[in-house]
Design a protein around this ligand. Structure first.
Ligand code: AGP
Length: 608
């Protein structure tokens, strides 16, 4: 939800902290601040608004000092304003803390600390931590943090500096992501690697219940009782260029246009054409184990949940395995029927979504084998599942997920091949799917070459207040995804429905003001959706249809069409979603919306 950066080194901390936290702004951006230990004192500056507002507030007055921390916020407790912005300090102003997560017993701790004479300046749960550490500070900052955290319930990623130990930064993680960046005579902490890629690619990921004590000349990882913990150093693949906009107006457009390459990266090394199957070494399951499962549960949130629905259709139709798709936030609390014969798959771009992480832990507790389909290497979900596959889609910075979705569907097709060839798919059927997957990157490029056309269509719909998205079969989840994209970045209310469901209610909404987007490729249910389009046209609805090249019937009926090349039914969603991503993007740009950082949203939802 929030972004944290910390630095201990020989260079001026403030410019590094501002640069690093700017790269994390997609995690939350309603207020920001930094703290620098300078000349035995602590300088804290914070404002409501974006990093740019903080830079304007600081102007030339950057605090001088080589130890500090910074934060960009996504408010959970306390409205976005100057006093609720992070960092928060103790009564004496000698220590500062930044936090990502939620302290669930903050109110009780606040009352206890007030009785002890502490005075609070904000409405946040985080400030409680500052006073709690102050309460236990008796010489060692590390011990004070460790003792304080022993009283805390909830999720946190924190970083703390203090004038009592001006050369030390203490960080700790329980539930929210945090890593340490290793430099030469300098060290960093951050919520994710994007903040420090410019300075180092060697990092140590913290696990839940771990602390990092960071100094200029070294670092130590301990558990919450300050006992030493041995950790691996990971060298990151991604480089800085990968997280820059590459000349595009927005990260979202860059990531939409990257999809031919990202899908190629997802498929690389997995396709076995002769055997008509896929190789997925990371899942840590052999043929016998894959045959043991009597059902699959796929759990996720948001866009990843839409990809999961397509996975259900594929696995049931082609691998003949019963599949259920579960909202992670519901799955974790509803006492699901899951056991050692269930394979539970978590889909998450960030690998940090709290509900999905908790769903995986719930499934493991009930004896299920767990797999992760994740994009961010080294993320919490990737490290907690029994096996999995990375998307290799590259960093996705735009809050609205695009390339991760198409790569998730591609991985689900690989998994369907792997399991299907063991259960129901013939080598010829398998080869057909492999060849269709191999054609995808070029076909995706072909669809994206129509971007200008989509821009024109978006122009005609940009004043709409509402929109309906309708699809059938494999493209019903695409209708949901298209509606979500439009909602989250253009703020137009939109709903996705199975096209046949329309007659059971939503058709009442249809009039000449209602844009209706049909996802209608030439697939097994094409004839059915044709009549649904006629029903909408009969009520003067305005129709934008995504159709297969050469589809004259729908072209005659619809007001606007965007064409996609032919593919096998299970893979049409990878092509049919592209015009919907572009449509939402151009509509949002035309309406002057902040496409990369839409209001009220954050890239990875690390709290419940
Ligand atoms: C999608 O555009 C949104 N950003 C959101 O719905 C997202 O898909 C959801 O929060 C799940 O995120 P994850 O894939 O990182 O777990």
């Amino acid at each position: 939800m929030c972004g944290i950066v910390g630095y201990v080194g020989k260079r001026d901390a403030a410019p590094l902290l501002l640069d690093g936290v700017q790269r994390l702004e997609y995690r939350g951006y309603d207020s920001a601040g930094l703290a620098v230990v300078a000349d035995g004192g602590l300088v804290v500056e914070k404002v409501a608004g974006r990093i740019i507002d903080l830079q304007a507030h600081l102007g030339e007055r950057l605090p001088q000092g080589t130890v500090g921390l910074a934060h960009t916020r996504w408010a959970t407790h306390g409205v976005p304003n100057d006093s609720n912005a992070h960092p928060h300090i103790d009564c004496g102003g000698t220590l500062a803390i930044v936090h990502n997560g939620i302290i669930e017993n903050a109110n009780a701790l606040r009352e206890w600390l007030k009785e002890k004479g502490h005075r609070f300046r904000s409405d946040t749960d985080t400030e409680v931590l500052a006073h709690l550490i102050e309460q236990f500070l008796n010489g060692s900052l590390v011990e004070a943090v460790s003792t304080a955290l022993g009283h805390v319930e909830g999720a946190y990623g924190i970083a703390v500096v203090s004038t009592t130990e001006p050369e030390t930064l203490v960080a700790a993680r329980f539930g929210s992501p945090l890593l340490v960046g290793l430099g030469d005579g300098e060290h960093f902490v951050a919520s994710d690697a994007a903040a420090l890629l410019e300075y180092t690619r060697d990092v140590v990921y913290l696990d839940d219940g771990e602390m990092a004590v960071v100094r200029q000349d070294g670092y130590e990882i301990t558990d919450l009782q300050a006992q030493h913990v041995e950790k691996l150093v990971t060298t990151l693949e991604w480089d800085l260029a990968k997280i820059e906009r590459g000349g595009h107006a927005h990260f979202m457009l860059k990531e939409i246009m990257e999809q031919p390459e990202s899908i190629r990266n997802t498929l690389r090394g997995h396709l076995l054409e002769d055997e008509g199957t896929a190789k997925l070494s990371g899942i840590n399951l052999d043929d016998d184990e894959l045959l043991e499962f009597d059902r699959i549960v796929i759990t996720a949130c948001g866009t990843s949940w839409h990809a999961a629905l397509i996975g259900e259709y594929m696995l049931e139709e082609l691998a003949r395995v019963p599949v259920e798709v579960e909202y992670a936030s519901e799955f974790r609390y509803r006492n699901p029927i899951v056991d050692e014969n269930t394979l539970v798959i978590a889909i998450s771009q960030s690998g940090e979504t709290a509900d999905t992480l908790a769903a995986i832990r719930e499934a493991k507790q009930r004896g299920a084998r767990t797999l992760g389909i994740v994009n961010v290497v080294g993320s919490s979900i990737a490290r907690e599942v029994d096996g999995g596959t990375y998307l290799h889609a590259g960093p996705e910075i735009g809050v609205a997920s695009t390339k991760a979705f198409t790569c998730q569907v591609a991985v689900l097709a690989l998994l369907t091949l792997r399991i299907g060839r063991l259960r129901a798919l013939s080598v010829l059927q398998g080869r057909e799917i492999v060849q269709a997957l191999q054609r995808l990157p070029e076909q995706v490029a072909e669809v994206l070459s129509q971007a200008d056309r989509v821009k024109q269509v978006a122009e005609t719909f940009m004043r709409a207040q509402n929109a309906l998205y309708l699809g059938r079969g494999y493209n019903f989840p695409v209708a949901l995804e298209g509606a979500l994209k439009l909602k989250e970045i253009s703020y137009i209310h939109a709903e996705g429905y199975p096209a046949a469901e329309m007659k059971h209610g939503p058709i009442a909404l249809i009039d000449d003001m209602m844009p209706v987007v049909f996802i209608a490729p030439k697939d097994a249910v094409h004839r059915k959706i044709l009549s649904n389009i006629e029903e909408v046209k009969a009520r003067r609805g305005r129709v934008l249809a995504v159709v297969t090249e050469g589809d004259e019937q729908i072209t005659e009926l619809a007001d606007h069409v965007i064409t996609i090349p032919e593919s096998i039914d299970p893979l049409t969603p990878v092509l049919s979603v592209l015009p919907l991503q572009l449509f939402a993007y151009y509509t949002a740009v035309r309406r002057g919306c902040d496409v990369d950082q839409p209001r009220n949203l954050a890239k990875s939802v690390t709290v419940e």
